[in-house]
Ligand binder design. Sequence first.
Ligand SMILES: *[C@@H]1O[C@H](CO)[C@@H](O)[C@H](O)[C@H]1NC(C)=O
Ligand SMILES: *[C@@H]1O[C@H](CO)[C@@H](O)[C@H](O)[C@H]1NC(C)=O
Ligand SMILES: *[C@@H]1O[C@H](CO)[C@@H](O)[C@H](O)[C@H]1NC(C)=O
Ligand SMILES: *[C@@H]1O[C@H](CO)[C@@H](O)[C@H](O)[C@H]1NC(C)=O
Ligand SMILES: *[C@@H]1O[C@H](CO)[C@@H](O)[C@H](O)[C@H]1NC(C)=O
Length: 554
Amino acid sequence: MPLRIDKKGTEESSQNEKAKSRLVLRVCLVILFLAILHIGSEQTGLKGFRGNALFPASTSSALVWKSSSSSSSSSSQQKEVILDLVDDEQEYIKWLVEEREKVSNVTEIKTPIKVLYRAMAGLGHQLLRLSSAYHLLTIYQIPLIWPTANPVCGGTIFTIYEHLIGKGPLFVDLPYLKEKNSYHMEIIALPLRFPKLEFVNETELSEEERQELVRGINLNNEIPGYSHAVGDVWDMDLPRFQEMDFYNKFQTDYQMYHQLMLLFEHKHRTKINEIHEKTRFSSHTVFALHIRTGNGETGDFEKKSRGIKNLEQWTETVIELLCDYRERNSPLFDKKPLMIFVGTDTGSIVPKLQNISSTLCQIPIVSADQAYPEEGKSVSFLQKYDNDEKCLQGWENMFMDMYFFTKANTVVTGSYSSFTQAAPMSFVMHRAKKNGMLNDNSHPHLFCELNRYGNRMDCFQDFENWLRRNAVKYFGNMSSPEQRIRQELPFPNWRIKSISINKLFAKTLLREPADSKKPSSSSTNRMTFQEWMALNEIATTNNTKNNMKKKKNA
Ligand SMILES: *[C@@H]1O[C@H](CO)[C@@H](O)[C@H](O)[C@H]1NC(C)=O
Ligand SMILES: *[C@@H]1O[C@H](CO)[C@@H](O)[C@H](O)[C@H]1NC(C)=O
Ligand SMILES: *[C@@H]1O[C@H](CO)[C@@H](O)[C@H](O)[C@H]1NC(C)=O
Ligand SMILES: *[C@@H]1O[C@H](CO)[C@@H](O)[C@H](O)[C@H]1NC(C)=O
Ligand SMILES: *[C@@H]1O[C@H](CO)[C@@H](O)[C@H](O)[C@H]1NC(C)=O
């Protein structure tokens, strides 16, 4: 995804310059703050090969966990812990299924705009972009989205998603969730360069405009205005995103993934129950381990060099690491022993892992026991299946893995992949909000990354620290390099040269209100970022000064 930074001296970029210089100051402060924190964490001494116990056996684990999480820079700890979206998931599923039947039954378009999202490439890639589309629709208040895919499994554009989650759209607006419905959550301001748009009354359009009116939008692959984090540029924008609470992106993501998983569960319940029972999933502390080797795949995969070079060596080192981890954190696995659920594109790796584990420390290793393709043929969107049934089965298997990843205690990613950064990460970070409250000796929820030698694991419990590469826990050989993972999680990204959201909605009922140039005073929900900055300039400057005083006094 090419990102260009506008270096031209346009009016806009000179505004950006001002914003940037303010930001640089803030970034410096944050770096200073993090540096202080870092010195603090250095004292725990993690040099050389030394398994670092999460919790020393001598102390109560809950206590240690609480004190360690309060020293993290996250502000989310202070916020009230958000309980799950619904009390009764089965009742919610029932509601979802019934409502979907109603809306997909209607042939005539009832909503002013019908949005179809056409997904491409692998499952992780698809869902991460679908999450952007979902977020865009909460911003502009479009209540439904129809996920589609290219007809790779024969059939129509709807075939894959109908097979996975049944017929019908996803709900962007979920009245069932009441005050937890992210569709109605206030956003502090629109992302920078996102236009302010409002629905107009159709009767007020001219005859000509009415004839040109567009009611259907096809979003293909990338979503205008959205992109993942990119190195230094991202670092500079991060404070701004924090200030904006990430435009509620984490909330809308979770709302979408949670819905997707429940719809999948509803449709594939028998198979899910079978796997649950066979693996004795719920009587274990499950670490979901994702291993993507590429399995003979070339092209995009090879370019990003995501494959693991020496698989044999790597798997052995990883099992050693996990054996050691379990040993040093044994009180946390007393009630529910550790089990590893493997999600992979290379089926043959599962018996290899099992074999190593049985010689080293007997951690049970399970998988969804899928019909993996033959060795050397990857589970990939590029794969040619000889029939549509098998093709759909391939997608179902990938989704099944993802489903069980969302049920795991901790997600461990073996190499860079958008798979783990979609639903699994959203779920584990959501659960991790409760880590500070765990007082039953259970293992905290973590998102962990193994490095390419398999001898070091860096773990995160919130998005902000993950984006900053500021791990809350590490384990293994700290002289070994950490995983240089690509952060694929998308956000509104004002540095994309062409935002083109205006173009996307051109000729629909969503239009720029006539008075959009004036700063809005009433509806903060639809204020643009520039307006918000203008209103907050004084307050922001004061805060910065105060923070600086605090730092000096400290
Ligand atoms: C609409 O859904 C109902 C069930 O709620 C079903 O009985 C009916 O046949 C559907 N109508 C169409 C046109 O599919
Ligand atoms: C649109 O405007 C017409 C006439 O001005 C009015 O009757 C109608 O209720 C309006 N529709 C909505 C959805 O506001
Ligand atoms: C398990 O490992 C042993 C020793 O490394 C090897 O001899 C045996 O063939 C392996 N078994 C399987 C099923 O891979
Ligand atoms: C730890 O990692 C470093 C760097 O990869 C390596 O040189 C060293 O041998 C490792 N130590 C152990 C005990 O494996
Ligand atoms: C900012 O600080 C100045 C003086 O330091 C003060 O006069 C002003 O009222 C403050 N503004 C706000 C919004 O707090």
